[in-house]
Ligand binder design. Sequence first.
Ligand code: ATP
Ligand code: MG
Length: 392
Amino acid sequence: MKEILLCKYGEIVLKGANRRYFEESLCKTMRFRAKHFGNFSITASQSTLIIEPLDDMADLEGMFDSASKVFGIVGISRCAVCEKEMGDIVRTTLAYIPPFLDGKKTFKVEAKRSDKRFPLDSIAIAREVGGQILSALPRLRVDVHNPEIVVHVEIREHAAYVHAGQFKGAGGMPVGTNGKALLLLSGGIDSPVAGYMIAKRGVQLEAVHFESFPYTSERAREKVMELAREIAQYAGSFDVHVVSLTHIQEELVKACDEDYFTLLLRRYMMAIADRIAHRRGCGGLITGESLGQVASQTMQAIGVTDPLATLPVFRPCIGMDKEEIIKISRKIGTFETSIQPYEDCCTVFTPKHPRTRPELSKVIEQEKKLDFDALVEEALASATITHIRVEF
Ligand code: ATP
Ligand code: MG
């Protein structure tokens, strides 16, 4: 019996004239992933991608896991394929569905007929298939209101499909259909979640990580690359720029009032990120900031760093508390990596009394003690790029 995956679109359905573009982007992502799992055919039809293994070697299970991380898909079902003919539909149901009914007492059948030429309507299909299941498994009972399992029969363009329900897809929009943005990626919990959330809106990511070697270690950088690989499971491949802030931090320590270190450093980060974003054709920046979480994330502190960005800054975690952010971080698999205790450039040279209500004029007064533009250019010159691939 042949099994395939039916992947149902989410918001793309609403896209009207642009729909083809979204659909093609989705197919391209799926084809790229499918290559890793064997020989598959991938076709788009009636707001659904049909992923069909072309030989016995194709790893449908692996493909299922990978497809469940592709943005733009809201639901995935593993189905048995059959002829659009009642005899074959019943035979296939009775061969394919019983293992899903193990240990269950109640069920119902739901049929959908998108091919209106099929002679029976959905109610008649459901009744016929339901009756046959009851005859074959008399211990079961039909419960139309609260069944333990719903058996689906879908009569579509090219074939009929039988399955035992739909798993949740990743939702959102296909990556790349909504521009590109630069994620400021630290080793913490919040920024990977922020990257995931914006990628989910169809945005292709690129990332910048700031380090302060030797105050931060090689292991700290490797941890960030690991986070990037975890994000790439959803966001697809992307480049990570690593920029050294060592010299800037040493100069700040020498010249500026300690209370302002973090704010000044964050202004450098914003300025550097903004320049990288422009060079790389990004339309926005992404940070993991959450209002009031730490001294540098009060409204006033954000007000001091924000003006350095000429591009819009997306802060998807801004209204979330730590628990909500952690919940997403666990779901996407970055949490365990994020909590590994390595130093971050923000945690070296931290002031004892950081300013929580900084005045912009005072910050700028401090900043003038150094040649801001020259230090930014020097840091940019230190940047290296690592390409992060989707790992399977
Ligand atoms: P996270 O959990 O993401 O590290 P955080 O709560 O530790 O966030 P901060 O250290 O104040 O918060 O950083 C706020 C945001 O600034 C981060 O979410 C991230 O977007 C960016 N950021 C901080 N440190 C770095 C870094 N070393 N490299 C790149 N971006 C950084
Ligand atoms: Mg951090």
